[in-house]
Design a protein around this ligand. Sequence first.
Ligand code: ATP
Ligand code: MG
Length: 405
Amino acid sequence: MTNKQTAIKIIRILHKNGFQALLAGGCVRDMLLGKRAKDYDVATDARPEQIIKLFKRTLEVGAKFGVVIVLFEKQQFEVATFRTESGYYDGRHPSKVEFANPVEDAARRDFTVNGMFYDTAQEKVIDYVKGRADLKKRVIRTIGDPAARFGEDYLRMLRAIRFATQLEFKIEPKTWAAVCKWSNKIKHISGERICTELEGILANPNRSTGAECLVQSGLAEAIFGLDRKEAKVGIKVLESLPEKVDFPLALAGFLAGCKTGHSLEKLRVLKLSRRAVKHIKFLLENRDRLLDDKMSLAKLKLFLSEPYFYDLFEFQKAIQKVQGRDTIALSGLRKRIKALGDVELKPKPLLNGHELIKLGAVPGPSLGQLAQEMYIAQLEGDIKTKPHTKKWVQKWLENHRSTGK
Ligand code: ATP
Ligand code: MG
């Protein structure tokens, strides 16, 4: 059963109980575009407490604002009461939510293409905001005056670019002019919300067009302090990346025109997860290291065993292309990697600490140094068996005793 069919079941239950219920927002847009929707949201005149009574398993995360999550057939659906939102004093969230009719509910939504409903019983689109016309024209236009709508929630400026990027639509001129005029206000929005929309833009194959909009509008400067020159490099790197990339690689690409320390500082506003920061840091800090054609085998193996190695390779390839440099060093590296076959990249050390001490190593810094050098010799393929390693260690100890180091 698809999630659309399950959403229709939820709607039927609401209908049977005398409520009005419609599919709403993004899923209607995607249905009209012939695309599979990410999720199917339901809008209804049932109040949150009535929705909760009708379904066995619900989450009241946003019940106060008229949104209930219904868990149905192992899927989650947002079932929201028709509402108006008002009193946006801070450009972030409404201070007042009132239950309303579908016309008003459509009017509170951000863009015309996102403001339609679908009546599943009659199989009819309900369009109070001329969304269908804009879908045909392939434009993103705010519902109502753009400056006023962005003033309610400045995140909508980023959302406009996100939808234009994902749907390959143009932003309608007045809407676009308002994004450019108010871009600096994005600073009022939390890093987490910005991050979600940025991911939608930069992880999309159409990312370089989206990035261009971020730069042209002034949003890139407001969010990251990126100047035009830095941004230009970033856009070109994004153009040169493979079509499918993860958000951290795309973000590293967008910031490739800045110094690493500067980029990492700029990223802090986004409140990324620790893992994402680690990922991006690895990419930014290690760029150009892959170009060392004399990289030792041990170093290469350790590099290869890094979880983000292949992203680093793609990142470097894109940088090479942008800088008009050849990719010979990278092709050489690829050949070396291929030649390694399925060799274990990070094998267990041939001897452990106890065994090294038994052979005469003294606990302390010199033991650490010995263990490290032994491991490098192992990765280089200079030592392969335990007996051979023992001999190698004894020799190492003798040398270090005689030199007193
Ligand atoms: P996607 O398919 O990417 O999820 P979507 O259109 O479903 O796109 P969501 O962010 O999931 O977008 O939001 C669902 C709907 O809620 C939107 O289509 C829009 O009608 C409304 N909406 C969401 N965020 C806002 C906002 N900040 N301001 C006004 N309306 C919004
Ligand atoms: Mg959605």
